[in-house]
Design a protein around this ligand. Structure first.
Ligand SMILES: NC(=O)c1ccc[n+]([C@@H]2O[C@H](COP(=O)([O-])OP(=O)(O)OC[C@H]3O[C@@H](n4cnc5c(N)ncnc54)[C@H](OP(=O)(O)O)[C@@H]3O)[C@@H](O)[C@H]2O)c1
Length: 259
């Protein structure tokens, strides 16, 4: 019996992954910080007739809590890991507290890498890892600096271990979505970013289907949506100095901190 493990399952995109993977017949391990949210999701998934659903409430920035979770699930065969948990805090670097920057860095990168190590150690014959990164990690982004750097690191790490494990039954895919219609504050933010952002934004279910398809095709990296691929292509043609100036002007006008 193999399991699909989903971090950030209590969030909007994570929930969409859980629902889709349950439909595809996986037994699930779902994790998030809130035991109450996990129980509700577990009940909902069970009601829809899915197989086994195991839960573990875990603050992923805390290595002791992560180790407790890994001990609880050690010995289970992991056939899929989807690292969805992440924090999209966006503000000037000078406004970060030490706690906040540690939190965002750890959840976006350290926790995902740590879960990859756990899944690889406990893998079924085939293991598929999907790391939810972002197009925001492709170029440095002033006023979104920690998010951009940590997602860039996650993409780089994913591509590197995809190559390390090629031919060994472990498939690793970095998924780079643009904006996704998720939390209410994110939807509001997409509207603030303007017409192009609205045009390029995708529904969570779309992102899930494209991510799973890319994983099945063995791709190590996928940008979700034609508009996002086009925007990246155009951005590459702009000299870095000008690109940084453009991003700084646009991103200094908005802020996001739901964590
Ligand atoms: N929305 C977008 O436009 C967009 C675009 C590109 C990439 N992404 C990425 O997609 C992923 C999901 O985004 P979303 O919009 O669905 O966000 P969301 O609804 O806020 O979900 C975030 C999830 O991560 C969990 N999480 C956050 N910090 C955690 C921590 N320290 N320990 C354990 N779990 C933690 C949350 O748990 P709680 O329920 O306990 O808070 C929640 O389950 C993120 O990695 C994000 O960077 C989003």
């Amino acid at each position: 019996m193999t399991y699909a493990m989903i971090t950030g399952a209590t969030g909007v995109l994570g929930r969409a992954f859980a629902v889709e993977l349950a439909k595809r017949g996986y037994n699930l391990i779902i994790t998030g910080r809130s035991a109450q949210k996990l129980e509700l999701l577990q009940a909902e998934l069970k009601e829809s007739g899915c197989g086994e659903v195991k839960t573990f409430a875990c603050e992923l920035t805390d290595s002791e809590q992560r180790n407790d979770m890994f001990s609880a699930f050690s010995g289970l065969k992991i056939g899929m890991l989807v690292n969805v948990a992440g924090a999209d805090i966006q503000k000037p670097f000078g406004e970060y507290s030490q706690d906040k920057l540690t939190f965002q860095t750890r959840v976006n990168f350290e926790a995902a890498v740590s879960c990859c190590a756990f899944a690889i150690e406990n893998r079924a014959q085939t293991l598929r890892i999907i790391n939810v990164s972002s197009v925001s990690g492709v170029f440095p982004m002033p006023y979104f600096a920690i998010y951009s750097a940590t997602k860039g690191a996650l993409t780089s790490f994913s591509k590197a271990i995809a190559a390390e494990y090629r031919g060994k039954g472990v498939y690793v895919t970095a998924v780079l979505p643009g904006s996704i219609y998720t939390r209410a504050d994110v939807i509001q933010y997409i509207n603030l970013l303007g017409a192009w952002a609205k045009f390029a934004a995708k529904q969570p279910q779309f992102v899930v289907k494209k991510s799973l398809a890319a994983s099945e095709r063995g791709k190590s990296c996928v940008v979700i949506g034609g508009a996002n691929r086009l925007a990246l292509l155009a951005a590459r043609l702009v000299p870095e100095r000008l690109r940084l100036r453009f991003i700084a002007r646009k991103w200094s006008a908005t802020r996001k901190d739901a964590f």
